[in-house]
Design a protein around this ligand. Structure first.
Ligand code: 5AD
Ligand code: SF4
Length: 450
C-alpha cells in the first residue's frame, strides 16, 4: 500500500493556519490523505512560527519528542514547514539529523516531490523566498464549517525593527481580487458564514489589475450578504479613508479593526520603525470612529523594547486609556536574530518586562470588562456557532466585533443562523444574551440604536 497519510500540526498565527490548508490542498492534488492522529501518519509536518523565542522553543521541544518517536518508527518522514525553515535547516538536517524535509513558506509546491524523495531516503531543503508566489490557483483543503481564512497577500515590506516576518516571509505580494472572490463564492455554496481575509499588512494589498484593499473588501462583501467578512492585520500607516468608508458602507463588513500600536511612546515607535506618531494614530482612531459608528478596535502591544523607560511604559498605558481597545494581544519584547533591534542592547531586565506586561494586561482586562458591562441592555446580532462549552441548554456565537455571546438554546436555532439577542450581563471575556430571534437580514449596526 502506498504510504500517503499526512498529519500536520500548525503553530503561530492565522496566516499559518491558512498556509496549512494550502499545503493540504497541494498534497491532496497529489493523492495524499490526511489523518488527525500522528500515530497513523506516514508523514508528520510541523508548520512553524518564529515570531518570538517562546514560539520557537515550543517547536524545538516538540521536535525533541518526535525524534524519539521517529527512532521507533523508522519509515516515518518528518518535515518542518514555515517561518523556522530557514533558521532550522542547518541545525536540524545537517547537525541533529532529525528532520527529512525543511521547506519555507514560498516553496510548498515542491512538497510532494520532497516527500517522495524522503521516502527514498533523500533529504530535501527548499527555503527560497519568492517575489511572486501567492498560491493563487490552489484551492485550500477545508473541512466543512462556518469560518474560513483566506490569505490575500503574503510577506511584509515594513521592516519594523523587532520583527522577523520580512525575513522569514519575504516581500509583499497580493493575490488577484478575482481569485479571492471566486474562493468566497465556493465557500458560500458550501454554507460558510464568515471569511477572514489575512495578510501581515492587508492595507498594502494591491493586485495586478490595480485593485486595492478597499476594492477587495467591497467585492468580498458583495459575494454573499450572509457571509460576514473580517480582516487582519492593518498597519496604521496605510489605513485609508476609502477603506473606512467601505467598511461603513457594507453591513457584512465587520465593524472591527485590529490596529497594532506596539507602544505609546513616539521615541520607541521611531526606534521600532513604525513610521507613525501616537498623534497620527489617535487621529486615525477618531476618524474611524466618526466614519464607522460603533467600530471597535483591538491591538498588539510589546513591553520592554530596548531602552524603554518607565515614562515610555506609562505612555503605553495612557494610549490604552485613550483608545479603550476591545481586546489586545500583549507580548514581552523578544530579540530576534537578523533584525535591526537585535543589534540594540536588550536592556530592560526580565523582571521589569514582566511587571510592565502584567500592568498592561490588568489594564486591558479592566477596560474590556467596562466596555462589555456598558453593553448591558443593548441588542446585537450573533453568528451562532453551536452549543456553549458548558451546557447544551445554551448556545454561543460571536458579534461582528468578535465578542463571544452565550444565550439560551432553542430548537429553531442552528449553527450558521444569525440571531438578535438582548445583552443582559457580561464578564471581561463573555456577554450573556436573552430572547434570541433569528434574523434574515444581517445588520449588526442596529446595535447602535438599541
Ligand atoms: N517580540 C515581541 N513581540 C513581537 N511581535 C513581533 N515581533 C516581536 C518580537 N520580536 C508582536 C508584534 C506584532 C505581533 C504579531 O507580534 O506585536 O504585531
Ligand atoms: Fe512584522 Fe511590522 Fe510587518 Fe507586522 S508590519 S509583520 S510587525 S514587520
Amino acid at each position: 500500500m502506498r504510504k500517503n497519510n499526512v498529519y500536520i500540526e500548525t503553530y503561530g498565527c492565522q496566516m499559518n493556519v491558512a498556509d496549512s490548508e494550502v499545503v493540504m490542498g497541494i498534497l491532496q492534488n497529489n493523492g495524499y490523505a490526511f489523518t488527525d492522529q500522528p500515530d497513523n501518519a506516514d508523514v508528520i509536518l510541523l508548520n512553524t512560527c518564529s515570531i518570538r523565542d517562546n514560539a520557537e522553543q515550543r517547536i524545538y521541544g516538540r521536535l525533541g519528542n518526535l525524534k524519539k518517536y521517529k527512532d521507533d518508527h523508522p519509515g516515518l518522514v518528518l518535515g518542518v514547514l514555515g517561518c523556522m525553515a530557514e533558521r532550522l535547516r542547518k541545525d536540524l538536517i545537517e547537525e541533529k539529523k532529525v528532520v527529512d524535509i525543511v521547506i519555507g513558506p514560498d516553496e510548498y509546491r515542491r512538497l510532494p516531490e520532497f516527500i517522495d524523495h524522503a521516502f527514498a531516503g533523500e533529504k530535501g531543503i527548499g527555503v527560497k523566498l519568492s517575489k511572486t508566489e501567492t498560491y493563487d490557483d490552489i484551492i485550500p483543503y477545508r473541512e466543512d464549517g462556518l469560518s474560513a481564512w483566506i490569505s490575500v497577500m503574503r510577506g511584509c515590506d515594513k521592516f519594523c525593527t523587532f520583527c522577523v516576518v520580512p525575513f522569514t516571509r519575504g516581500r509583499e505580494r497580493s493575490r488577484s481580487l478575482s481569485s479571492i472572490v471566486d474562493e468566497i463564492a465556493l465557500l458560500s455554496k458550501r454554507g460558510f458564514r464568515e471569511v477572514s481575509l489575512l495578510g501581515q499588512n492587508v492595507n498594502s494589498y494591491y493586485d495586478e489589475a490595480g485593485y486595492d484593499f478597499a476594492d477587495l473588501l467591497a467585492a468580498a462583501a458583495m459575494v454573499d450578504r450572509k457571509i460576514r467578512i473580517r480582516f487582519t492585520t492593518s498597519h496604521p500607516q496605510d489605513l485609508s479613508d476609502k477603506l473606512l468608508y467601505t467598511i461603513a458602507g457594507h453591513p457584512n463588513l465587520c465593524n472591527y479593526i485590529h490596529l497594532p500600536v506596539q507602544s505609546g511612546s513616539n521615541r520607541i515607535l521611531e526606534l521600532m520603525n513604525r513610521t507613525y506618531t501616537i498623534e497620527h494614530y489617535l487621529d486615525l482612531i477618531d476618524r474611524a470612529r466618526n466614519i464607522i459608528p460603533g467600530v471597535s478596535f483591538s491591538t498588539d502591544i510589546i513591553s520592554g523594547f530596548p531602552t524603554e523607560s518607565l515614562e515610555d511604559h506609562l505612555m503605553t498605558l495612557d494610549v490604552m486609556n485613550k483608545v479603550r481597545y476591545d481586546g489586545a494581544y500583549m507580548f514581552k519584547y523578544s530579540p530576534r536574530e537578523g533584525t535591526k533591534a537585535f543589534r540594540m542592547e536588550d536592556d530592560v531586565d526580565e523582571e521589569t518586562k514582566t511587571k510592565r506586561l502584567q500592568q498592561i494586561i490588568d489594564l486591558q482586562q479592566r477596560i474590556s470588562a467596562e466596555i462589555n458591562n456598558a453593553l448591558t441592555g443593548t441588542t446585537d446580532i450573533v453568528l451562532v456557532e453551536g452549543f456553549s462549552k458548558k451546557s447544551e441548554q445554551f448556545m454561543s456565537g460571536r458579534t461582528d466585533t468578535n465578542k463571544v455571546v452565550v444565550f439560551p438554546a432553542m430548537d429553531s436555532i442552528s449553527p450558521g443562523d444569525y440571531v438578535r439577542v438582548k445583552i443582559i450581563k457580561s464578564t471581561s471575556a463573555t456577554l450573556f444574551g436573552d430572547n434570541p430571534e433569528i434574523v434574515d437580514k444581517y445588520q449588526p449596526s442596529e446595535k447602535l440604536t438599541a
